[in-house]
Design a protein around this ligand. Structure first.
Ligand code: MSP
Length: 528
């Protein structure tokens, strides 16, 4: 079973979040990377039979959005509405993201609760008024410490000059939380993952925390501070609270109890400190249970730099899905880059994996098996009459692959490892077919020869039944095509209802299933 939130109750949902994305621009591959990972993780847990809640959304306040709207001659709200409806939501639909909710930080269900949360901290004496002056990066929406800057005034992430800000602000007593945070990390060694991220966070907190400025008074695109509306709440405080407001914090206690806290917050490594330091400290101050895990994924890189729209390196996911298809897209990034590490996107590598792993290893296996069952048995799956050691080895291989994939994907977020385990099994089945050579056995029309042929093709089809289930969270449409081609649904029910726990039970696809050669799963790529 997955690690649950340290204080999560047994019945609460497996709750996963993505970062909420800034809507100053359209989504690129880097944003889609995290959202697809969360989708695979949550689909996997749904197939475990768990109650799941998957949240994504958009971060719409702050200076960055305000300036973008101004530059485009529209109000910030108009800008956000347009980007959300025309760019962000349609992309998630296109990529088959099965999120349960989509929160926008300009919605009243969010802004009202943000005010209540901040008021509560104020009433508890956790917030005070003070002054601050320092270098600020609008791209990060964050004050930087002078030591972090490159060449004196460049943000280390955006590589652009910071601005000097001087403000009278409200401050959250973050510095007081250092010892409690360190104790929490100590008691919950898996709270921050991977280990490199954990080390970074622990080191940072050990150096001592400063109080955090949580309001701005030089612009007004944000949630007003309830007791002093000349100030708006700092966009990061506003944004982090989406994880609570979206699941009923302060409005729907039953839903909140059934969902909170998040089991996994997926974040990019650049926003790790917000999630692993500021966020738990805010929750401690308010008295809410803390999340189970913050997992920091790496960056997709272009030419050695983080891919980003502002550097004009942001590639649109649709530029790839139009060529490779949505399922191959979902597969590629998770298979090619170990989750937690940086990785470079390359068209050549994607094409190579598409052809060898998806089209040749997997797609051909599915079409060959269906074609042979059509040719030799008129499309009716035969009984496995004389299963022997070679078939046992396949059943054992499946059991191992299923167990590994379940732990790796479902518990460890090791998507590359888990998908690799399933594809090792695909290779094993291909090897079995080459060894058994059913096309040769078919020439022997003695009863023994026909029984052997039946066993080989049953074994291959039953393996494909399991492969369809194991790959469903990663490639939902392809798996559905395979499920249909195996004639599985009338016997076993809908693909989405198949449980990971049953996947390795051998012999589920019954003889008599009507196998048809469906459409090609991974068509040959057009020359780009
Ligand atoms: N709005 C904040 C998050 C608030 S969460 C309470 C924000 N938004 S963002 O749009 O700038 O970035 C959102 C996520 O996209 C971050 O996790 C960031 O790491 C990720 N990515 C942006 N570019 C990326 C790559 N090139 N590669 C991988 N992920 C990257 O930060």
């Amino acid at each position: 079973m997955a690690a649950t939130g340290t204080t999560a109750s047994g019945e609460s949902a497996f709750y996963v979040t993505t970062p909420i994305y800034y809507v100053n621009d359209a989504p690129h591959l880097g944003h889609a990377y995290t959202t697809v990972a969360g989708d695979v993780l949550t689909r996997w847990h749904r197939q475990r039979g768990e109650k799941v809640w998957y949240l994504t959304g958009t971060d719409e306040h702050g200076q960055k959005i305000m300036r973008t709207a101004e530059a485009n001659g529209v109000s910030p709200q108009e800008w956000c509405d347009k980007l959300v409806e025309d760019a962000w939501k349609p992309l998630w639909e296109h990529l088959q993201i099965a999120n349960d909710d989509f929160i926008r930080t300009t919605e009243p269900r969010h802004t009202d609760r943000v005010q209540e949360f901040v008021q509560d901290l104020y009433d508890k004496g956790e917030i005070y008024k003070g002054g601050y002056e320092g270098p600020y990066c609008v791209g990060c929406e964050e004050y930087k410490s002078p030591g972090d800057l490159l060449e004196g005034d460049l943000c280390p992430i955006h590589k652009r000059p910071v601005e000097w800000l001087k403000e009278e602000n409200y401050f959250f007593r973050l510095s007081a939380y250092g010892p409690r945070l360190l104790e929490f990390y100590e008691q919950n060694p898996d709270f921050v993952q991977p280990a490199s991220a954990r080390n970074e966070v622990v080191q940072f907190v050990k150096q001592g925390l400063q109080d955090l400025s949580i309001s701005r008074s030089t612009f007004d695109w944000g949630v007003p501070i309830p007791w002093d509306p000349k100030h708006v709440i700092y966009v990061w405080i506003d944004a982090l609270l989406n994880y609570a407001t979206a699941v009923g914090y302060g409005s729907d206690q039953a839903k909140f109890d059934a969902t909170w806290p998040a089991n996994v917050h997926l974040v990019g490594k650049d926003i790790l400190r917000f999630h692993a330091i500021i966020w738990p400290a805010m929750l401690m101050a308010n008295g809410l249970p803390l999340p189970g895990r913050v997992f920091a994924n790496g960056w997709l890189m272009v030419g050695g730099e983080k891919m980003s729209k502002s550097n004009l390196t942001g590639i649109s996911p649709r530029d790839l899905t139009s060529h490779f298809g949505v399922d191959a897209y979902r597969y590629y990034f998770l298979r090619a880059i170990p989750f937690g590490q940086d990785g470079s996107f390359s068209w050549e590598d994607f094409s190579a994996r598409y052809t060898s792993e998806l089209a040749n290893d997997f797609g051909n296996l599915a079409s060959r098996v269906a074609a042979m069952i059509g040719k030799y048995f008129d499309g009716t799956l035969p009984e496995a009459a004389d299963a022997g050691p070679a078939e046992k080895a396949i059943a054992d291989g499946l059991a191992a692959a299923a167990a590994q994939a379940d732990t790796m994907i479902g518990d460890n977020l090791d998507f590359a490892g888990g998908i690799g385990a399933v594809f090792d099994f695909v290779k094993q089945v291909n090897g079995y077919l080459s060894d058994q050579a059913p096309w040769k056995v078919a020439k022997d029309d003695s009863p023994e020869g026909q029984a052997r042929l039946a066993t080989i093709l049953y074994t291959a089809a039953e393996s494909l039944r399991a492969i369809a289930v194991l790959l469903h969270p990663i490639m939902p449409s392809t798996s559905a095509k395979l499920w249909a081609s195996l004639g599985a649904e009338p016997h076993l029910g809908a693909l989405a209802d198949q449980r990971i726990a049953d996947v390795a039970t051998w012999g589920r696809l019954p003889a008599g299933a009507q196998v048809v050669k469906g459409e090609i799963l991974f068509p040959r790529l057009e020359n780009a």
